[in-house]
Design a binder for this molecule. Structure first.
Ligand code: CP3
Length: 348
């Protein structure tokens, strides 16, 4: 098995820098669009065979060192009792928005196998289909990032309703977040039990806070999840690495450092050597090429890859990735070239 990614997660020596790409299964691939032409996005998520098919596409096409389960961070919102739909061009729509005691009360903490069994079925199917070619990463949204979608009813720019709830009714926010946190904790345990070999927690919107607010209103819930998950894994004799990715990482590194994660995802707004240093130096980092730099000519992409690799060499371990998801318009050839460059330039 290609276990370079898992070794890097554990901070062990590797022969080259492993690479995978956030949103590696997606619309920049014609092969993905072909499957997506036959089924809408949610149907794909809920049909294990389709989810497995598009999860494997980038392994074949890009030669990346890890597979990430095809799903979405908003799947648990529906399982908690909120309506979820994806509208063409408009992104996700969730309803009714969670903004008062009544809507919070109606939410429940679901049994993941009962209400999201299709995700665990996809994981079990993928472990068989991949037969140890590369490790499989499971994931969930962090409670705060998930909660923004539930409170705003979709994607937001200013996060007005979210911040209003936090500042005007902190007790309501906390009771809501306790439900989201319990749901995500059980969901991640179920993914590990089904066979996920690493898990990533996405906190895409964590960067909208001051460091103190981030600690109180976002990070504290992630710390609970990681602590609970690790205690649960220890009892089962599992050592599945936890990756924590926060968007707009730079302002929050001293906080992120205390999350309990094994690997820290870093976006492109900071040099990855600076990030590693502020995280404590002896850490494993993941990142951090600007996704839009994949529109540069290949020789310039290569210069950027070299820069990230040489900067990250100061950390204990490095997993190469973009600083956020690959966008649908990205030239597919450049994504293939990127993976080849990382492998060639990092070879020991
Ligand atoms: O990385 C992977 O390849 C695994 C699959 C994955 C998707 N979404 C598939 C997807 C993962 C890990 C996610 C995470 C996710 N989803 C996040 C956190 C990371 C990030 O990107 O910030 C967030 C915030 C979401 C919520 C979400 N899902 C939005 C806002 C949208 C609409 C925007 C868009 O790109 O269309 C989605 C839809 C979505 N999730 C698509 C894919 C492939 C596109 C759906 C389509 O095919 O029409």
């Amino acid at each position: 098995m290609n276990d370079t990614f898992l070794k890097a997660c554990r901070g062990e020596k590797v022969d080259y820098t492993p690479v995978w790409i956030m949103r590696q299964a997606g619309r920049y691939l014609a092969e993905y669009r072909a499957v997506r032409g036959k089924a809408d996005f949610l149907t794909m998520c809920k049909t294990p065979e389709l989810a497995a098919e598009v999860t494997i596409q980038p392994i074949d096409i890009l030669n990346v060192d890890a597979a990430i389960l095809f799903s979405d961070i908003l799947i648990p919102c529906e399982a908690m009792g909120q309506g979820l739909d994806f509208h063409e061009g408009k992104g996700p729509i969730l309803g009714p928005p969670i903004r008062d005691e009544d809507t919070v009360k109606k939410l429940f903490v679901p049994d993941p196998e009962e209400s999201m069994g299709f995700v665990m079925d996809a994981i079990r199917l993928l472990r068989k289909a991949l037969s140890n070619r590369v490790p499989l990463i499971g994931f969930a949204g962090a409670p705060f990032t998930t909660a923004t979608y539930m409170i705003e009813g979709g994607t937001s720019k200013g996060f007005l309703h979210t911040k209003r709830m936090i500042y005007e009714n902190p007790a309501l926010y906390k009771s809501f977040m306790d439900k989201v946190t319990a749901t995500i904790t059980e969901y991640l345990k179920a993914q590990v039990a089904a066979g996920a070999q690493a898990v990533q927690i996405f906190d895409t919107w964590g960067g909208i806070f001051s460091p103190a607010d981030f600690r109180m209103h976002a990070l504290s819930y992630v710390q609970q999840i990681i602590k609970d998950l690790k205690e649960w894994m220890q009892k089962r004799g599992e050592t599945v690495p936890v990756i924590y990715f926060v968007g707009s990482t730079a302002g929050l590194l001293e906080e992120i450092k205390t999350s309990g994660a094994d690997v820290f995802g870093v976006d492109w707004r900071i040099n990855i050597d600076d990030a590693a240093k502020r995280l404590g130096g002896d850490v494993v980092v993941q990142g951090n090429l600007d996704p839009l730099s994949l529109f540069l000519p290949k020789d310039k992409i290569e210069e950027n890859v070299k820069d990230v690799l040489s900067r990250a060499s100061s950390a204990r371990g490095h997993i190469f990735n973009l600083g956020h998801g690959v966008v649908p318009e990205t030239p597919r050839d450049n994504v293939i070239a990127l993976v080849e460059m990382v492998h060639r330039l990092s070879k020991k």
